[in-house]
Design a protein around this ligand. Structure first.
Ligand code: NAI
Length: 330
């Protein structure tokens, strides 16, 4: 039995991991891993963490002293782990590089359709027996120009789904996939063209120093009037205050967000009986043409099954000494 301390546990994690194997003894903690909580891993050989756990140098030193040999991230991103410190402390780090790009792509398109056909408003209205159609006029995706920013795993699937609607799809990526684009009838364009021509813009690129606030006041000013934006990538790709100004002006005709600049400390939690201390998110939520989901694009049965399979396989390999699953070691 491999004892594994599992941090930031949500009910859906427990649902999938608890029944995955009887060769791992899980210690589910609802609190997060940090330098302050690392001592709770004592006796465990592996720890399993998510995006908001913080494995910094101090935390990793405590884990190492406690006998931890593997840190398994049940996500793709790893900016919350000090990889150099992990190496020095002889703790291997593994992650789940891709669980289901379809999950995120389908959520992005779902958000767009909800917004374009005002389904979020219709849903609430009908529940109150208000069957009026006033102000529910939507628009069709057919024949619109959809700009895909980033044609990696998720961006490509999103582009293909939009092609299914017979939309014109243009894309921007510094590393273009030309053969794929030719096959799918997708045209690469420069950033300026994407901003000025797109009726719909969908973001599928990573957050890097150079992509921080990619959509800022200047970018909003160049967009087609009434553009509808979808962001399922990272909140900080958008300058939220500039977005609010663009929504007020009507430059942005609607936006669907699965991520928010200051989501840490808000998303993944039930704050319904508390006062929300963030002043910007409530302003965003007050717009009828803004739709927010709380970082749930990845949350499908298929993705959770894959996250669980990759993570448990790697933890079990701690015992057998087999190499980590291809592409998972950091
Ligand atoms: P990927 O690594 O396969 O593709 C990213 C693409 O972005 C690459 O083709 C890269 O060349 C391109 N890129 C880099 N810099 C760019 C720039 N300045 N402009 C345009 N394109 C640029 O990543 P994948 O798997 O497609 O994920 C995309 C993003 O989706 C991730 O970065 C992550 O932030 C987000 N994500 C969100 C989830 C959610 O639940 N909301 C779940 C998983 C990922």
């Amino acid at each position: 039995m491999i004892e594994t301390a599992f941090y930031d546990t949500k009910p859906y994690d427990r649902q999938y991991f608890a029944k995955a194997t009887d060769r791992i003894k899980w210690r589910f903690h609802e609190f997060r891993l940090s330098a302050e909580t690392a001592a709770t891993a004592k006796g465990a050989r592996a720890v399993c963490v998510f995006v908001h756990d913080v494995a910094d140098r101090r935390c990793l030193a405590t884990l190492s002293q406690s006998g931890v040999r593997l840190l398994a991230l049940r996500c793709a991103g790893h900016n919350n782990v000090d990889l150099n410190a992990a190496r020095e402390q002889n703790i291997a780090v593994v992650r789940v590089p891709a669980y289901s790009p379809h999950a995120v792509a389908e959520h992005a398109v779902g958000l767009l359709l909800t917004l374009s056909r005002k389904i979020h408003r219709a849903y609430n209205r009908v529940r109150e027996h208000n069957f009026s159609l006033n102000s529910l006029i939507g628009f069709e995706v057919f024949d619109k120009t959809v700009g895909i920013v980033g044609t990696g795993k998720i961006g490509r699937i999103t582009a293909e789904i939009f092609r299914g609607f017979q939309a014109k799809v243009i894309a921007y990526d510094p590393a273009p996939m030309r053969e794929w684009a030719a096959q799918q009838g997708v045209n690469y364009a420069d950033w300026e063209t994407l901003l000025t021509q797109s009726d719909i813009l969908s973001l599928h690129l990573p957050l890097l120093p150079e992509t921080n606030h990619l959509l800022n006041a200047e970018a909003f000013a160049r967009m087609k009037h009434g553009v509808v934006i979808v962001n399922t990538s990272r909140g900080k790709l958008i300058d939220t205050r500039a977005l609010i100004a663009a929504l007020k002006r009507g430059t942005v005709g609607g936006i669907a967000l699965d991520v928010y600049e200051e989501e840490e400390g808000i998303f993944f939690q039930d704050l319904s009986d508390r006062v929300l201390l963030d002043d910007v998110l409530p302003r965003l939520l007050s717009f009828p043409n803004v739709l927010v989901t709380a970082h749930q694009a990845f949350l499908t049965h298929e993705a959770l099954t894959e996250i669980c399979r990759v993570t448990t396989t790697n933890i079990l390999r701690l015992e057998t000494g087999e190499p980590w699953l291809a592409g998972t070691a950091l």
